[in-house]
Design a protein around this ligand. Sequence first.
Ligand code: GAL
Length: 547
Amino acid sequence: MANSIKPAALAALLLCCAFTLAVQAQAAAIPVPPPPMGWSSWNSFSNTVDSQVVMNQAKAVAANGMQKAGYQYINIDEGWWLGQRDAEGNIVVDAKAWPPIAEGEQPGDMGNIVRYIHGLGLKAGIYTDAGADGCSTVGPDLGPSYPRTGSEGHYEQDFLQFAKWGFDYVKVDWCGGDKENLDPAIQYAEIARAIAHTEAITGHRLYFSICNWGKHSPWTWAPNIGGVTADVWRTGGDIVAPIVAGTKNADRKASFKEVLREFDQAQHPEAQHSGFYNDPDMMVVGMPGLTNQESRAHMSLWAISGGPLLVGADLTRLSATDLATLTNPDVLRIDQDSLGLQCVKVAEPAAGLEVWAKPLTTIGERAVLLLNRSASPGAISVAWRDLGLSDGSSVTVRDAWTGKDLGEFASAYSATVPAGDAVLLFALGSEGATTAYFPEQLKAAPASGQTLALGRDKQLTFAHVASRFPIARIRITYTNPDKTARFAELRVNGRIATRIAFPQTGGDGATGTLSIESPMETGGAKNILAFSVSGDPGPVLQSISLQ
Ligand code: GAL
């Protein structure tokens, strides 16, 4: 449509559809589901996981302050099932590894451990593979190789079983799928449908975690696989090599280099929005290999990335320092911020010296990471302009780890960061001016309260959109009176669409804003954002605004 408009008409349209707002009369930011926090068995227990291991770890989370800090999932990874099924195809587990825990329980019932975990006020996670075989026949493991530990051919049956056992979370690996050369977008769509089917039958929602190590770019399809959605998807390989026969846990060393690699591979800010998350892998804080300083930097990286915080350490042996690293409330607030956005690299003043920023819910607040990847200490400066904060007023800076107020700064803040370390800050100032855009389909300036609802077959376009930043934060003002999310797909400049979940904004036509991030063309009003409905009805969109 934009191409067919004559210059005069275009000028009129631009006039009617774009307004610069120096002061933001903004609707409230609607909170989105935060990334999951919890513990996972794989990094420290490999396939030796059993009921006793899981009980001990769950007890530790409940007792050591992690649960209070927000950690809630106890996730059982590979090794819980040795591939046996009964004549009806139901999963059969080793009764010795999963015995009764409370009176009246049956041996070999995974519901036993779920009830135990739930009894502590925690949530339970389980694991399978998208292929016929799981990882046991592929990767080196501690125990013998056991085939057929995947769910292929049994998707509906297995996910229904997981829900009936009471599990809240399921991680689906890709070893078997990879071995069979399957297409992950197709297999995981089938699995998402099986999970939706399970929810329809049981009313129990399984949080869905895709683990295919970033193959075939899951961030482009996982938020929208056949109208169903995954909650989190892994973006890279394993953060630490598995324990193999003949080695002990203590022999395995996590390394900061691998931590950085996983962080880098997880950066897809255009896909991390409205409650869907890039997963840089389970954490290695508390495992051998990292210094205390590196553990803190690792935590800073996961927090600013807004990644799932799934601790892979043996929690019964956690040092007080590591526990403090994992439970710092201000750092957790950055990870769990209710805008649900990922960080963006906003400056690289010299090779290896980087500034990363994540918008937070409080208006004018950013989390800022000054990262030094180089081998010597370096001074790194962050300019308010690069954060989208107003240059005109001073900005309050606070150290996220110590809570120390570092003062007010006029246009930038600078710190010397040790080699291989990071400084994590809060910066609180005023938002820079934004420009608001209205749907082209309105044709003229919207009358007060005039909106356009996304209905079936409808597309709403915002054209001639200018952006100051190569990766821009876009605030979408909308209405959704329902109790659950409404969905729309957004295509920016004709690129692959991303599926956005619009949470409820409240009754009586209340409006709210949802923030997303997207690569944009800078220099001129060149961008086109096209929303289309997926599921009927869609949200009622009012405007978008960005700097
Ligand atoms: C890998 C996965 C790990 C762990 C392991 C179990 O494919 O990335 O996180 O689940 O399998 O074998």
